[in-house]
Ligand binder design. Structure first.
Ligand code: PLP
Length: 236
């Protein structure tokens, strides 16, 4: 449809992003139907990290309101002006969080999906108390037990959940995982669901562009979709 010899106009970009969003919402609805679930129980977190701001703004103009970012500083730079324009935006932090960024993260994000160690949980609790602001929190589980990947190990998850919820009083309501790239995600989604079940946690953030329908089959209440909405992140 777009003529590749011409640079894209704002209108092309807006139409493209709006169409991708509609397409993903339809696929979410279909996957929910197939699983005997309600579409309203699944939140599409549009992952806007590294995407050109005109695409992100196009998604806002198309009516989308829930976004995921993986870096605190970048998110604040990008979303501070966009939030003036769209005050009801909800932002999820989905990337690893360093303790020296916790104050900013607690002040800025509505949901922190990446709690993965006691020290971080304690720091979030302290900053949340100081700020009088309690973001919703998820514990990230490293279901594939990958050395380089963030997340608490599955066998340490129950203890971290108990610390967050019972000792620190965080507003903890679910779990997040990123399965290994080279494996079927199904067993990882099943494991995350089981850890959530035995800890009576209701939110499951699992499924990305390539596997969100599978995530929904396994009970995902949040899917984090980036490239399938905005296009490849490597594209300038
Ligand atoms: C980048 C990212 C996503 C989105 O990945 P896509 O494949 O672009 O949909 C989801 N979750 C996390 C934690 C990410 O870092």
């Amino acid at each position: 449809m777009t003529d590749s010899t011409k640079p894209e106009t704002d209108i092309d970009i807006a139409a493209e992003v709006a169409e991708s969003l509609r397409d993903i919402q339809e696929r979410i609805a279909a996957a929910a139907r197939d699983a005997g679930r309600k579409t309203e129980d699944i939140t599409l977190v549009a992952v806007s990290k590294v995407q050109p701001v005109d695409r992100v703004r196009a998604a806002c103009l198309a009516g989308h309101r829930v976004f995921g970012e993986n870096r605190v500083q970048e998110a604040m730079e990008r979303w501070t002006p966009l939030r003036r324009e769209f005050p009801d935006i909800r932002l999820h932090l989905i990337g690893p969080l360093q303790t020296n960024k916790v104050r900013d993260a607690v002040g800025f994000f509505d949901v922190i999906e990446s709690i993965d160690r006691p020290k971080l949980a304690r720091k979030i609790a302290a900053e949340a108390d100081a700020a009088g602001r309690q973001p919703a929190c998820l514990v990230q589980v490293n279901t594939g037990e990958e050395e380089q990947k963030a997340g608490v190990l599955p066998e340490e998850a129950d203890a971290l959940i108990a610390l967050c919820r019972d000792d620190l009083g965080l507003n903890l309501n679910g779990l997040m995982c990123i399965p290994p790239f080279d494996e079927s995600p199904a067993p990882h989604f099943a494991l995350l669901r089981e850890i959530a079940r035995r800890n009576a946690l209701s939110e499951l953030s699992m499924g990305m562009s390539g596997d969100f329908e599978e995530g929904i089959r396994f009970g995902a209440t949040m899917v984090r979709v980036g490239t399938a909405i905005f296009g490849s992140r490597t594209k300038a």
